[in-house]
Design a protein. Structure first.
Length: 563
């Protein structure tokens, strides 16, 4: 930068300029850096929230081009990232975010623009009109890439991703509305079990309002005495003697009735309520177990959020001492989620819990995202075989029985017990015994009981367990095209039954129904039955009835709304 004034001699002759020259190189570099930081994320070098919003606004304003103003918006949230930060520290978390950014950019490529909104939230703007099939494939590839393991500073790290998708013009052209819709779709994806994607649907607005109300009610549930524990029997496969009970938390809402744990447990984790609820469950279960024989254990589930809490060992010791039970009477069930970041803090927590004298069980084995490597050092006493392997194991052509046998062999080699979850029928029970499982848990030995029911059962049966239920794992099914009303909370939905048995049915026409959702199926104006969702795919759900029904009676009386 040069500045100066002309110079003349005493005769008025021009001699030149006299002034100052300044080097602006550093100033220009600083201005460019400030401008870059205003538009780009300093960690990942991706566009930041402000630039992504500008990109979205400009995309939606393009009405005359080939894209026609169309646009798809992806909101991407990393699953289990917070645990990495908490256990391995922010430097490792920052390195992980850089690698995630690279993977997202490689998947999206030139189709659109990827940006980081902050924390572990990312966004992708895809200009143009896209069909849902193409977007589904893209979202699946994105989730698959993000979920592949990472190696950072010697740590094996596994995370996941959930994606919410909103489209224009079908969902509106306003950027704020599009972002809100994508955010609602993202929440639906996370509620569906994470590691998946969801498209926005208009009914999600009312669901979001309902969720806020439910969260407010959950904050008051403990103080109001609305939470209750039920106990599922765990039986020795060889002797058919009770070895313990698993404590299952239930929420009896004053107006909604029983709220499914599949609904309120994830809500509690997101709202920061899981620590208080988890401690209440632990203390209550220990107090109830104090009334049982000393050889009957109580199993309590730990959330991964509880497991990383430094005060957990002190809380466990306090609950045991307050209930005046032996540490061996308490079994803590831990999912594979605690191993997403293998580190010294995880090993230290296991050592502290084991030093107390409690038993440790690995829950839902084989359904998570960890490797077998942790089994060689984690001090588990038991492996719980997830019910997804037990169901259908007796059906010809199923590979589930081979998987169960492999898990049993692995556990035996490591000196661990095994519990097969979800056994419901006599043929499943026989197969599980044949495959060598040491313990069995499921409806075949009875449904969960409240605390009084456990004591009454002990008074009548002692520690002996009696197998009940259907002999076949799949009761006879009949094809039925029948319109029914499906009640959930205060809402009523219309569905159509495709096939039905005495114990359950396939219903189509209902979207985004989480597994474990409690429903009431109305077959006619005065005939309803309670049911629970066992699986959900697209607009179809499989439900299990609370009790067996008379198929002939159901087929005989049509609903008034049936076409």
């Amino acid at each position: 930068s040069l500045s100066g004034t002309p110079s003349f001699d005493e005769f008025g002759r021009f001699l030149g300029f006299r002034g100052i020259g300044t080097d602006l190189t550093q100033q220009r570099r600083s201005e460019e850096e400030i401008n870059r930081l205003a538009k780009y994320d300093s960690l990942t070098n991706l566009p930041n929230r402000m630039l992504m919003r500008r990109t979205l606004d400009e995309t939606l304003q393009k009405k005359g081009d080939a894209a026609g103003g169309g646009c798809a918006l992806f909101l991407i949230d990393l699953d289990r990232f917070k645990n990495v930060n908490d256990t391995l520290g922010h430097p490792v978390g920052d390195a992980l975010l850089k690698q995630v950014a690279q993977r997202l950019t490689s998947v999206i490529g030139k189709i659109g623009q990827v940006g980081r909104l902050g924390g572990d939230e990312f966004e992708a703007v895809l200009p143009g009109k896209h069909d849902e099939g193409t977007l589904s494939d893209l979202a699946s590839r994105l989730i698959q890439q993000v979920s592949m393991p990472y190696l950072i500073e010697g740590h094996n790290i596994s995370i996941g991703a959930s994606v919410g998708i909103a489209l224009v013009p079908s969902e509106g052209c306003c950027a704020d509305a599009l972002i809100r819709n994508a955010d609602l779709a993202l929440y639906a994806a996370k509620s569906a079990g994470r590691g998946t994607y969801c498209f926005f649907a208009p009914e999600m607005h009312s669901e979001a309002q309902d969720r806020q109300t439910l969260e407010a009610d959950l904050r008051k549930a403990i103080a109001r005495g609305e939470l209750q524990l039920q106990y599922q029997p765990v039986v020795n496969a060889k002797t058919e003697e009770l070895s313990g009970f698993e404590a299952l938390v239930r929420w009896h809402h004053p107006t909604r009735g029983v709220v499914s744990p599949a609904v309120f447990i994830p809500l509690a984790e997101e709202a920061g309520l899981i620590l208080s609820i988890g401690e209440w469950v632990l203390r209550t279960a220990c107090l109830e177990a104090a009334k049982w024989p000393e050889n009957i254990r109580v199993a309590v589930n730990l959330s991964p959020i509880q497991f990383v809490e430094p005060t957990l060992p002190a809380t466990v010791m306090s609950a045991i001492a307050n209930a005046e039970i032996q540490p061996r009477q308490l079994e803590l069930e831990i999912t594979e989620g605690v191993f997403l970041a293998e580190n010294d803090a995880t090993d230290d927590m296991f050592a502290k819990l084991k030093a107390i004298g409690v038993r440790l069980a690995l829950d839902d084995f084989g359904t998570g995202y960890s490797s077998l490597g942790y089994l060689k050092k984690a001090p588990f006493d038991k492996i719980k075989i997830d019910q997804s392997f037990v169901r259908g194991a007796v059906i010809s052509g199923s590979r589930n029985s081979a998987i169960i046998k492999a898990i049993v062999s692995l556990a035996e080699a490591l000196g661990m017990d095994t519990t097969a979850e979800g056994a419901e029928t006599q043929d499943e029970l026989a197969l599980i015994r044949q495959l060598g499982c040491s313990h069995i848990q499921g409806y075949v030995y009875g449904r969960p009981l409240d605390a009084d029911g456990v004591l009454a059962r002990q008074n009548s049966h002692g520690t002996l367990a009696v197998a009940e239920g259907f002999r076949s794992s799949r009761p006879e099914r009949k094809t039925m095209l029948r319109t029914v009303a499906v009640h959930h909370d205060s809402h009523v939905y219309t569905g159509r039954i495709r096939n039905i048995s005495a114990t359950g049915a396939l219903i189509e026409g209902l979207w985004h129904v989480p597994e474990g959702t409690l429903l009431s199926v109305e077959f006619c104006d005065n005939q309803s039955i309670n049911a629970v969702t066992r699986w959900s795919r697209d607009d179809r759900i499989g439900v299990e009835f609370a009790s067996a029904i008379d198929l002939n009676a159901v087929r005989a009386v049509p609903r008034s709304l049936a076409s």
